[in-house]
Design a protein around this ligand. Sequence first.
Ligand code: G16
Length: 546
Amino acid sequence: MSKETNIHTVNCTAFQDQKPGTAGLRKKVAVIRQRHYLETYVQSVFNTLKLPAGSALVIGGDGRFFNPEAIQTIIQIAAANAIGKLIIGKDGLLSTPAASNLIRQQGAAGGFILTASHNPGGPDGDFGIKYNIANGGQAPESMTDAFFAASKVIHQYQLVELAPVDISKTGLQRVAGIEILIVDSVTDYTRLLQELFDFDCMANAMKKGLSLQFDALHGITGPYATDIFCRLLGAPNSSVLNAIPLPDFGGGHPDPTPVDVPDLYQLALSSKSPDLLAASDGDGDRNMILLPGQMVSPGDSLAILLANAKSIPGYRDGISGVARSMPTSAAVDRVAQHLNIPCFETPTGWRYFCNLLDSGDIGLCGEESFGTGSSHVREKDGLWAVLFWLNLIATSGLSGNQILANHWRQFGRDYYQRYDYFIPDSSQADALFNELKLNAELPLVELKERQLKSIDNFTYTDPIDGSVSSNQGVRLQFVDESRIIYRLSGTGTSGATLRVYLQQLETNTTQHTNNPGDVLKPLGMLAARYARIEHYTGLTRATAII
Ligand code: G16
């Protein structure tokens, strides 16, 4: 039977809720599993992209519940839409940075990454799908807007009915007229990291006693971390915790923060702390770095990586420029100034970095939400960040805490925290935010607590393609260089989460404390009062402080 005669057209009614958020379409599993739901979204992507016949696509996910079924569905729809080749991670597994790398390496037109990142998994958890373009980065906002528009009017989709394709063995097969290449999920990615970091130096330091504890949280990074830390660097198997990817992440919340990985955090605070502790999220793009006695805030981590980049083989020639998302602390700005390189401030969302990475204007970027990365791929990269720290500690001969203390001594320290308010009724969050946006347009008021310098609602104009992204968060800057930023999360699947980002600069190095909470409490109280959080939501305190 020819491929064409095998194509079925299925009539359906469009869903109206397929609007991608900060990082693709994320929904409760029960929503995604509705009849026609995933199919209409994937077809809407194809309808928008109009890829040339014979194009190649990468597919892989973080192994969460519904990953195998979703992959089979995408294969069937891709086959009906004239895709020529699918490159799929073995067992359907690919970390987000590994998928980005594979798209670039294979010269694919793009790829589907199946993940809801740090959101819980399992039948009652979340699922997600995002489309990445040929540079390996997430589809830009204009493209995801077009996917959404197409999804609202779709009334049929095409598929080729197939028996489930075996994705458990590496190798090439031909099914329904398309080539399906199953690749080892780990090899290419590990090779890429070997080009960037000094594995001999790290392995030697570990042989001499440098200790590491990594927690994969039953997400995708387990197999990658075991290959890198245990096989290549000689760390004992016990140095990778929760290494087996599970569809429900073992019932946990695969988010690398002190709140969601309390045992690792407590270990760092104890007298038995290893020299470096780290965790990554469900899909392997986030990182948390812990040192004996403290967490390295993501903003500090980015600044330190930039300041020390030349001691890492892959960055020996220096970094052309750097970028951070707007709510991320300004620690990196001062390093950029010192190095005399440009520093860009972008909206929250990794995709806003990609044009700057492609143009070569930046070589390093990061976000407060535990994401750091470089031009080696077009996604943030959890294990890359851990290796960067490990390599720094190994080559410098300093402890992580010494590196941090030296950094603060030279550049000052930004105390930084994020207060998250979970608001079940999202209309309350909208009302609160509307008032904030209105305030941002009025003349400055006088606050009794501290003197305001400016208020605005952040708008970004992409320096490369000129696209404008507005409404990216309300920020209050104070005369004393402290800052409050309000933003609504774009990654949740129910209710709304108000994020309040607090930052305060301390240049007196004798005054550092390991507890940023003590320093930032007054700013947190001011933030709650200014936004009238209790009035709008009834919440008298943050749901989580990170
Ligand atoms: C996603 C994006 C990140 C962004 C984060 C913000 O992270 O990829 O670039 O910083 O969302 O999350 P929120 O909108 O909830 O503040 P991930 O790791 O979920 O893909």
